[in-house]
Design a protein around this ligand. Structure first.
Ligand code: SF4
Ligand code: SF4
Length: 210
């Protein structure tokens, strides 16, 4: 159960404007909070002939999603991009199942009242408040990189393995390979500002007052 909010419309449109999009919506965490109304309004504002969508609770469960997604393969195949409204775990799951498709997230996951209890632990989300998956091909740099680097590798990787944890693949090598495969290496040129830890706290508190 993780708390999410929809990203600024402009930020989502930058990724999907003019494209055929398949949208997944996961309201599985509605008990803690999911911005359902805003998500529906946003989807309705998109050109109907360019958008297909499906609702599915618990996109975080990879085995479940793996089966479910098969019913949509032909529509996904025709789409230029997949957009996911869910917590960071759900987007990572969908991205991992669609190796040849760019998968974007429409949500930021907030650090508030949430717990990652129902998810199978294939992927983690630290609820960082400003999801970076749209820059990294759906691989989380906060949880996957031992140093939580958001603008590229530290340079210490050896044979593809992390210098902090040699048992783990270097997150940034995985990100590079994925973006290369998708023809999206230009995303690496988008230099991100330093993480705003204050944002997590203020936005979470604002949400708590709702
Ligand atoms: S970047 Fe990672 S930690 Fe931050 S919201 Fe996205 S998945 Fe979660
Ligand atoms: S080697 Fe890769 S995963 Fe490890 S800390 Fe450096 S950039 Fe992050």
């Amino acid at each position: 159960m993780l708390v999410t909010q929809i990203k600024p419309e402009k930020e989502i449109l930058e990724r999907i404007s003019g494209k055929n999009v398949f949208v997944f919506v996961c309201p599985g965490c509605r008990e803690v909070y999911f911005p359902q109304e805003k998500v529906e309004e946003f989807i309705q504002s998109l050109p109907a002939d360019r958008v297909r969508s499906a609702n599915l609770d618990y996109l975080c469960n990879r085995e479940f999603v793996k089966e479910y997604i098969q019913g949509y393969f032909s529509e996904i195949e025709r789409a230029d991009a997949v957009l996911v409204f869910s917590c960071g775990v759900g987007t990572q799951v969908v991205s991992s199942l669609l190796e040849n498709k760019i998968v974007y997230t429409g949500c930021d996951t907030l650090y508030l009242d949430g717990f990652q209890g129902l998810t199978v632990q294939n992927f983690n989300c630290d609820q960082c408040g400003e999801c970076y998956l749209n820059h990294t091909g759906g691989i989380c740099p906060v949880t996957h990189c031992a140093k939580g680097l958001i603008n590229g590798p530290c340079g210490g990787a050896k044979d593809g393995k992390c210098e902090v944890n040699p048992d783990a693949d270097c997150a940034w090598i995985l990100i590079y390979k994925r973006l290369k495969k998708l023809g999206k290496l230009h995303l690496l040129k988008e230099i991100l500002p330093a993480r705003n830890h204050h944002k997590i706290i203020t936005e979470s508190l604002a949400r708590k007052k709702l």
